[in-house]
Design a protein around this ligand. Structure first.
Ligand SMILES: Nc1ncnc2c1ncn2[C@@H]1O[C@H](COP(=O)(O)OP(=O)(O)OP(=O)(O)O)[C@@H](O)[C@H]1O
Length: 245
């Protein structure tokens, strides 16, 4: 007897089926479907107000939904645009608190801070950190939980260009080591191409387009395949092609 073959990943990091979210009478997310495999990096682009943050907050369990289903194997970890560190706790405790006071939480927090290059600052305070360093702590706090799904809501948007490039390198390293599924919300087309395996374009509350990112485009932003993808994404985002040159 031949059994039917399963479709897609049998144990995805995230599965969203016909999600709906309303604010009052306005439908902001409408019948949205999304699946992210373990170890897959997905970037979500879309013009302001199309519903990206609403989707991310629903997936994080921070907001109610009005219809459909969200399945994730465990609680996702989230990094926001602001670091959201507790100013009265030293860095190691800011990270350890994500582990609900497990007996090993201090050692694990220290290891996680080491991974983001802050192993020498364990007892320092959030007020003494630069914006990039604070986002490193936020990343350590997310990854120490060993999440199956990592949600990144424009985590580099407030950083200067050089720090942002360094953070891209760090995130690539960390994701390669920990292999969570990742959903990155960003406004930056180049950031999406540099980091993601797959880029989604959201429009009016649903996924309107989807592109796999060729490895050559990810590795080299000057590669012709990166340029072609960039133009296609900008066109889908409604940015005129002459601006994209
Ligand atoms: N709490 C709320 N109450 C009412 N409307 C809301 C609320 N939160 C968001 N909205 C509306 O829902 C729509 C989607 O908002 P959302 O923040 O998800 O967009 P976005 O794509 O993340 O935008 P941006 O890129 O500017 O962050 C917007 O029109 C917004 O005004």
């Amino acid at each position: 007897m031949t059994l039917p073959q399963p479709v897609g990943d049998p144990h995805p990091a995230l599965s969203v089926h016909r999600l709906r979210r309303r604010y009052g009478k306005r439908t902001v997310i409408d019948a949205l479907n999304l699946e992210i495999a373990r170890g897959e990096f997905v970037a979500l682009l879309g013009e302001s107000g199309c519903g990206k943050t609403t989707l991310l907050r629903a997936v994080a369990g921070l907001d109610a939904i009005d219809g459909g289903r969200i399945d994730a194997p465990s609680r996702p970890a989230v990094v926001f645009q602001e670091h959201r560190l507790l100013p009265w706790e030293p860095l190691w405790r800011n990270v350890a608190l994500a582990l609900d006071e497990a007996p090993t939480s201090r050692a694990r927090a220290e290891a996680a801070l080491g991974e983001v290059g802050l192993g020498a600052r364990l007892n320092d305070w959030p007020r003494n950190l630069s914006g990039g360093q604070a986002q490193r702590v936020a990343l350590a706090r997310a990854l120490v939980q060993e999440p199956a799904l990592l949600l990144l809501d424009e985590p580099f948007a407030a950083l200067d260009a050089l720090t942002r490039i360094r953070m891209h390198g760090l995130v690539q390293e960390l994701v390669a080591r920990h292999r969570p599924g990742v959903l990155l919300v960003t406004h930056d087309v180049d950031e999406a191409i540099a980091l993601a395996d797959r880029v989604l374009v959201m429009r009016r509350g649903a996924i309107a387009a989807e592109h796999a990112v060729p490895a050559a485009a990810r590795a080299d932003r000057a590669h012709h395949r990166a340029a072609a993808l960039r133009l296609a994404l900008l066109a889908e985002l409604g940015v005129a092609a002459d601006l994209a040159a």
